[in-house]
Design a protein around this ligand. Structure first.
Ligand code: FAD
Ligand code: NDP
Length: 341
């Protein structure tokens, strides 16, 4: 973490597809470009299913390659004991997809119609022309952590402020330092507990006078002597020395009293937004807005439409779990397409 690194190089591959000829049909289409999308592509390409992958062009404000392009070192993806940058990991996955013959198109899918077979889709470059048709779709558009947009957040984002404790908690700037987590749900509790491995103490800032988290998580927090819960507390501003965060201005919403809380790390745990806009209302979602899949599979409420990665996973949200679910989606899609013959 620490700094925002340059997105993957702007790609020319697929730009020719901006001028869509009529009647373009793909057997299987993958939408997305993170670990889930590329793992699905590798499996489908090796199975000679000729997948087409729309990797997006700054879709949801994130470069092709997905969330990992917004971070630096990845230390927990198996196979890379010396770590590697998120962008390099995604570049390697992309190369592997292309090597086996995936048709990668650098466009953002802007609309999908799942109401009849074959499915139809449009990209931002062909919105007013004939749709592309496809027999099956794997949605792997990911998610993005909600941010608070506090004053000072832009300055200290990835310089003390993060939205992923599991990803960033172990970096040296947080070792034996006071840290804060914002949120009152299970993620906040889980992340606070995780961060006590690294920080000297961890504050949890809960905006209400009670947690939303499950009772079992609350009990674990209560028992941990290194966690201090501040109820009725909101953050007002992130401050630091210009390079790294060292203070959070906070306010008690009951008393109106404001304080400076000395912390070197601030972790948002206020929920994630799955990138489901293009299929809104066309496929079942769970109560938190994620695409609902049959547990242990990538099957959704629409036959032939599969979901993989963070867009269908509100709980684990890791590169390796996304890659695993991409594999599952490829095998499910292959089985579906084979049965259609
Ligand atoms: P994403 O990585 O979310 O990628 C989906 C991408 O698809 C989007 O970003 C976009 O480029 C593209 N897309 C979206 N919509 C469209 C569309 N309509 N058309 C075409 N393309 C589209 N996990 C770890 O395991 N280890 C870590 O160290 C780690 N560090 C992280 C650090 C940060 C700062 C963040 C934010 C996350 C980190 N994660 C880490 C979590 C990990 O990045 C995600 O779990 C993983 O990337 C999810 O993969 P995904 O394939 O579901 O999709
Ligand atoms: P949740 O939506 O459950 O909780 C979000 C929390 O953030 C709420 O307490 C909410 O406050 C707070 N919040 C939201 N916006 C703000 C804001 N602007 N300022 C301050 N606080 C804010 O998200 P989670 O990520 O915690 O959990 C998502 C799902 O994943 C849940 O179903 C959860 O059970 C599950 N999960 C389960 C785990 C486990 O079982 N081990 C671990 C992690 C997640 P308020 O309550 O006031 O609305």
């Amino acid at each position: 973490m620490i700094r925002h690194i340059t997105p993957l190089r702007t790609r020319l591959v697929g730009l020719g597809a901006r001028v869509q000829s009529k009647m373009v049909h793909h057997k299987v289409t993958i939408i997305g470009s993170g670990p889930a999308a590329h793992t699905a592509a590798i499996y489908l390409a090796r199975a000679e299913m000729k997948p087409t992958l729309y990797e997006g062009m700054m879709a949801n404000g994130i470069a092709a390659g997905g969330q990992l392009t917004t971070t630096t070192e990845i230390e927990n993806f198996p196979g890379f004991p010396d770590a590697l940058s998120g962008s390099e990991l995604m570049e390697r996955m992309r190369q592997q997809s292309a090597k086996f013959g995936t048709n990668i198109i650098t466009e953002t899918v802007s609309k999908v119609d799942l109401s009849s077979k074959p499915f139809k889709l449009w990209t931002e470059f062909n919105e007013n022309s004939d749709p592309v048709t496809t027999d099956a779709i794997i949605l792997a558009t990911g998610a993005s952590a909600k941010r608070m947009h506090l004053p000072g957040e832009e300055t200290y984002w990835q310089r003390g402020i993060s939205a992923c404790a599991v990803c960033d908690g172990a970096v040296p700037i947080f070792r034996n330092k006071p840290l804060a987590v914002i949120g009152g749900g299970d993620s906040a509790c889980e992340e606070a507990e995780f961060l006590t491995k690294y920080g000297s103490k961890v504050y949890i800032l809960v905006r209400k006078d009670h947690f939303r988290a499950s009772v079992i998580m609350q009990r674990r927090i209560e028992k941990n002597p290194n966690i201090i819960v501040l109820f009725n507390t909101v953050a007002l501003e992130a401050k630091g020395d210009g390079k790294l965060l060292n203070v959070l201005r906070i306010k008690n919403v009951k008393t109106g009293v404001e304080n400076d809380l000395e912390v070197n790390g601030l972790f948002y745990a206020i929920g994630h937004s799955p990138a489901t806009g293009i299929v809104k209302g066309q496929v079942d979602e769970d109560e938190t807005g994620y695409v609902q899949t049959v547990p242990g599979s990538s099957l959704t409420s629409v036959p032939g439409f599969f979901a993989a990665g963070d867009v269908q996973d509100s709980r684990y949200r890791q590169a390796v779990t996304s890659a695993g679910s991409g594999c599952i989606a490829a095998l499910d899609a292959e089985r579906y397409l084979t049965a259609q013959k």
